[in-house]
Design a protein around this ligand. Sequence first.
Ligand code: SAH
Ligand code: SF4
Ligand code: F3S
Length: 441
Amino acid sequence: MNEVVKNNKFHITTFGCQMNLADSSTLVATLLTRGYQRVYEEKEADLIIFNTCSVREKAEERVFGRLWEVYKYKKEKPDLKIAVVGCMAQRLGEKLIEKVPHVDFVLGTDRLFELPEVARGNNGYHPVMTAFGHENMDAIKPVRENDFSGFVTISRGCDNYCTYCIVPYVRGRERAHSADSIVENVQRLADEGVVEIMLLGQNVNSYRWHDTDFPELLERVAAETDIRRIRYMTSHPKDLSNRLVDVMADNEKIMPHVHLPLQSGADRILERMGRKYTIEHYNKIVDYIRSRLDYVAVTTDLIVGFPSETEAEYEATLRAVSDIQFDSAFMFRYSVRPGTIAAEYDDDVPEADKIRRLNKLIDLQQKISFERNQRELGRVCYSLVEGFSRRSEEFSRARTEGNKIVLFKNGGAAPGTVVPVKITGADAFTLHGEIVEEVRC
Ligand code: SAH
Ligand code: SF4
Ligand code: F3S
């Protein structure tokens, strides 16, 4: 039996968006190469890590709840170290330790990759590290999520400062990875057997590295690597160009899914959110996307109860959702984020109204998702097998080109294979189908 180095077992929990998932994967790989060992039970760990999210108050409350839960392990095992990294660590810094004194390390979004040294305690760093600018961008190597898919971060941070949003404060200014390093990293993942990659940025459409913009980057990744399927996230409507849509239309490797957060259907609210587009502009983009791509899934994010949102403005959001017919949507109640521009506005939509507005919006979107999914009946979707259905190993779970989950009778399709699945049933959340002979959809 190999001797295990003392105090080297870590457990990690990730909250928040794909950016955090990508960072966690890289952090895990870094820890493993430094002799740490990953465990999947917190009680077995010598180092418990939370990679955190600050986007809404609830996201932070969840982390505080978990931090107090793991306190019991610390009492049993005083050597146990607890690390809070990522967005909440960045936002709260020292205050986090004031609130939760049993936290040992607080590492912000540019510093989390230094955790192995900090945890070894041999570098003299102060355990609260939130200064920006300490990362060597291209030294952050993407690591695959599993044997067949991976995230590749193309830019970090955000310069848009939407008035409600904490991300620019916790993630810093937008900084692009070099196009060459992105192409290289995608190829490296493809060489490791990865079938599908997702290019990640808070606003991929504002990507620029010297003369390379996002459509060109996509073209390069498609042409210069052996990766089979390419996705990207997130698009900002103010920067999405027709050329990007043309590149998607011309390139089979780029999956026909556009996640395009609308946030609100009312122009006055969009302006107050600092989104810099109108509903008319948004509609034009969606029309162009749907005119150029034979099949495409369009998904979105929506916020209800933004400061001063009237009932009529909320109804404009409902109308937009009915008109546009999104395949699915993430829907949120506005949550005040201290330090943002909107935090200065009066948070004047009562909580009960926010809840009512959200529930009605969710009901509407659910009906639309159901109808959109019904339109898939009879299509043959080339779907990437991810594993088994959560409920039963009798069914395999796969991801269609439009990023929808499809379940089909398990005929031994291995995770990581792309199989043709004919859609035979659908509800609002999931497609059902059966494997068929090869035919292009
Ligand atoms: N960069 C992406 C996503 C950012 S965060 C973009 O620009 O779309 C993901 C989603 O969280 C946002 O699209 C928004 O709908 C929601 N969100 C962000 N801040 C919020 C807040 N203060 N309250 C409620 N929802 C918020
Ligand atoms: Fe936040 Fe807007 Fe940046 Fe998205 S584009 S991360 S919503 S500030
Ligand atoms: Fe949350 Fe940070 Fe992502 S605030 S949404 S984890 S960038």
